[in-house]
Design a binder for this molecule. Structure first.
Ligand code: 5RP
Length: 294
């Protein structure tokens, strides 16, 4: 039975202190609803406004990718170093411990395998399942200039509408076809279209020339894909150049899990992204961790 007696009088009204209304400082996100902001805060660290997303969703079109043959053995040990994990619901339910409390970005589009036309994707999850899995965002591939451009854009806008009903942000992943030029002009086009049509943040590729114009013309945060495996110093330099030119972090897969020392590599990437270490300093961290000196 509820206590009805002895309830203390209320008195701490601090009438001379106005209620603070602090802006949510993540780029372009201040007008989102509370749930959306809360989920984005599980991706972008509030202290730095940046993220180290570890992405392992490659199997959704590639099958058992090198480095991901046994996610339980190779990826689960890296989870303490990731701000967020991007994966499919199959890997999430089968292999990722539910005690992982950071953000999950759920791969939410798919269909064709590597053997077929990749742009021919459909939405591949129901938003209720994303809610059930308590994800921080849903990721969808957008093929600007691709054979099924309109369909992929429509997949994204439908996911944005579904996500908005539940406060789940959508990550637009700009997929560049193999015959397309990966330059700043293309990345500006693709990222801006995703942002205009409602993506809360965008994943794109780093380009050496003019990447700052890509981040400047996109009103929401941009994270860069790692792409094919590079030598560790080059991958660290790419991450450094990207964040110094306005990226809000990385969504990196192969350059972490295909590294000779994945745990050392993700920790070095963290230093570059969150602490602005130079690529050279980051590589020192990588080598020290790899050789067990740290
Ligand atoms: C395709 C994807 C991939 O599935 C993956 O996330 C790419 O990561 P990385 O290039 O760093 O290995 O999003 O566009």
């Amino acid at each position: 039975m509820a206590d009805k007696d002895g309830i203390p009088d209320t008195q701490n009204y601090f009438v001379d202190i106005p209620l603070a209304s602090k802006p949510y400082t993540l780029r372009g996100s201040n007008s989102l609803d509370w749930g959306c902001k809360n989920r984005l805060s599980k991706i972008f660290q509030p202290e730095t406004g940046r993220t180290v997303m570890l992405t392992i969703d490659h199997g959704y079109f590639l099958g058992p990718t090198a480095g991901l043959e046994r996610v339980d053995l190779t990826i689960v040990p890296l989870l303490p170093y990731a701000d967020t994990l991007m994966c499919t619901r199959g890997i999430l339910r089968s292999t990722i411990p539910p005690t992982f409390t950071k953000g999950i970005v759920l791969r939410s589009s798919g269909g064709p395998s590597i053997l077929k036309e990749l742009s021919n994707e459909e939405i591949a999850v129901d938003v209720e399942d994303a809610v059930r899995l308590n994800v921080a965002a849903m990721a969808v591939q957008v093929f600007i200039g691709g054979e099924h451009e309109t369909k992929s854009v429509h997949n994204m806008t439908r996911l944005v509408d579904m996500g908005n009903r539940y406060g789940i942000p959508v990550l637009g992943v700009t997929a560049v076809g193999k015959d397309m030029v990966r330059d700043a002009k293309y990345m500006r086009l693709a990222t801006r279209i995703c942002a205009e049509l409602g993506a809360a943040y965008i994943k794109t590729y780093y380009v050496a020339e003019g990447f700052d114009t890509v981040t400047a013309s996109c009103p929401v945060p941009i994270v860069i894909a790692g792409g094919k495996k590079l030598p560790e110093p080059d991958a660290l330099k790419m991450a450094y150049d990207a964040v110094q030119q306005g990226a809000a972090g990385v969504d990196m897969g192969r350059n972490i899990f295909q590294s000779e020392a994945p745990a050392a590599m993700i920790q070095a990437i963290r230093k570059v992204v969150h602490e602005n270490l130079t690529p050279e300093e980051g590589y020192d961290v990588y080598q020290a961790l790899k050789s067990g000196k740290k």
